[in-house]
Design a protein around this ligand. Structure first.
Ligand code: 4AD
Ligand code: MG
Length: 471
């Protein structure tokens, strides 16, 4: 049987029971005749305080173990769970026995520092360098618990609404966004190739043609939506964009629902309901962690989320959004104009200053959006939608899809892509085409929004970005 976690012990309020707790020491303090050890096992934000009363005369084994306990050591402590006199904790352990499982020396024998997570504030930049240990801090423990709950909530939301979870390929030969920021996958020997001075012969490559890590599962998702009606993917995606920002990763997780018989308006409704559902879920189930973020990471984050849950998202066309932005031209580094890609500063202004909450911007110029989006009758714009949130900007991007064969063929050609590569995607418009829509939610951006963490590298266990693939 699995041993009980601290979360379970505290939830059960297993008071007056003799229990054993296992975890890692956060702190050890001595006060008069008492030794306090704070043990954390990551199951919840709180640790369990274990109190040793030296006045009672501890046996030699215990005294010896206590002397060796340092921050970071792994321990097994046994004792009686009693109501705590201290503020902010329901229970503590009146400890009767301790086993030191693994020490964590603070200093090496030559006096140099060893275990890096001593009881003090560490910068997030420093913690990134020790990503293998950072989950043992309050901040990263909380981030990962919230991330976990959101992942669970995503499945719950879609499963309850008739969507099937499908797994689209990670390796692909097609560029789903037509944007070209793809990592190539090859078994060709690049060193040999360079020496030979010849161009690569992809017929000799593993897949017999150039292949890449996927930038999105959407196109394959569409093939399943036009069979099972409603599907969603939730998996890793890869972008070789060399943008060193606090919102971009080279490897990130994306959630992509795709619905047959759905318009852009249906798509917007789903996106709005989806975000509100997830915010409501973490408010209900991650209270302790959220309170930590609200106090130490981003003040007011809980109130802001509550407000979003209860208000309607502002919806405006790209044309109206640009007109609004143009009124405040002098506030931006990049001057907005009709046809421009909205910059992060524009998105933040729309949400923070103009709407005071999330905004869904629709009907973007076709030239700045992907080839698969449904064209509007004006010949200039497409049925796109981006959901923007305060602080972050774009969190969701989606559209109604072009379901007309010849219009789609034209767009693929206009975009300079090879139409032959998309024969299977075009088949969906040849055989039983239907109006359909979907979107992609950047999972790490969602975790960023909910936790208030400023840098996307701090909401995924092992961030990958240009020049960074350690661990
Ligand atoms: O807007 P994007 O590029 O849309 C798509 O990939 C569509 N195929 C989605 C769809 O309609 N099925 O990406 C969707 C979302 C963005 O809104 C953003 O939240 C996130 O994915 N995203 C990134 N997150 C982290 N790092 C990156 N480099 C990201 N690029 C996009
Ligand atoms: Mg986008």
């Amino acid at each position: 049987m699995l041993y009980p976690l601290i979360k379970e012990l505290l939830d059960l309020e297993a008071l007056s029971q003799n229990i054993t707790v296992r975890g890692w020491v956060r702190t050890k303090r001595e006060l008069k005749n008492l030794t306090f050890i704070e043990v954390n096992d990551g199951s919840c934000f709180s640790g369990l305080q274990c109190t040793f009363d030296r006045e009672k005369g501890l046996d030699g084994g215990i005294t010896g173990a206590l002397a060796k306990i340092t921050t970071g050591a792994s321990v097994e402590i046994q004792g009686l769970l009693v109501p705590s006199p201290a503020q902010g904790q329901k229970a503590e352990l009146a400890a009767a026995g301790i086993v030191l499982l693994g020490g964590a020396p603070a200093e090496n024998s030559d006096g140099t520092a060893a275990y890096p997570l001593q009881k003090k504030r560490h910068s997030l930049e420093f913690l990134r360098e020790i990503s293998h240990l950072r989950a043992r801090t309050n901040t990263f423990g909380a981030v990962m618990r919230v991330r976990n709950r959101l992942a669970f909530g995503i499945h719950r939301f879609f499963q309850d609404r008739g969507f099937f979870y499908i797994n689209t390929p990670v390796i692909t030969a097609s560029d789903a966004e037509g944007a070209g920021a793809m990592f190539q996958v090859t078994t060709l020997d690049l060193g040999e190739l360079a020496k030979s001075g010849k161009a690569p012969d992809y017929t000799k490559d593993f897949f017999g043609k150039p292949s890449y890590l996927t930038v999105s599962g959407q196109l394959e998702g569409e093939t399943y939506a036009t069979a099972l009606s409603r599907v969603y993917t939730f998996g890793p995606t890869f972008r070789a964009e060399n943008s060193n920002t606090t919102r971009h990763l080279a490897e990130f997780w994306m959630v992509e629902p795709e619905m047959a018989f759905a318009s852009l308006a249906d798509n917007m409704d789903l996106a709005e309901d989806f975000l509100k559902f997830l915010f409501t879920l973490v408010r209900a189930e991650c209270d302790e962690d959220l309170r930590f973020f609200d106090t130490h990471i981003e003040k007011g984050i809980i109130a802001a989320m509550d407000q979003v849950i209860h208000a309607s998202f502002t919806r405006m066309s790209y044309t109206d959004a640009v007109a609004e932005l143009e009124k405040h031209k002098d506030k931006f580094e990049f001057s907005p104009y009709w046809g421009c890609d909205l910059q992060s500063e524009h998105e933040k202004f729309l949400t923070g200053e103009i709407a005071g909450g999330p905004v869904i911007v629709t009907d973007y110029p076709k030239d700045i959006k992907a080839f698969y989006m449904k064209q509007n009758d004006d010949g200039k714009t497409v049925r796109a939608m981006d959901v923007l949130v305060p602080r972050l900007g774009e969190i969701i991007g989606g559209s109604q899809r072009e379901d007309d064969l010849s219009r789609l063929e034209n767009r693929i050609q206009e975009a300079g892509m090879n139409i032959r590569d998309y024969w299977w995607y075009l088949d969906l418009r040849r055989y039983g085409t239907v109006p359909h829509s979907g979107f992609g939610l950047g999972f790490e951006r969602l975790v960023q929004y909910v936790t208030g963490m400023a840098n996307i590298r701090d909401v995924i266990p092992y961030p990958r970005s240009a020049g960074q693939a350690d661990f």
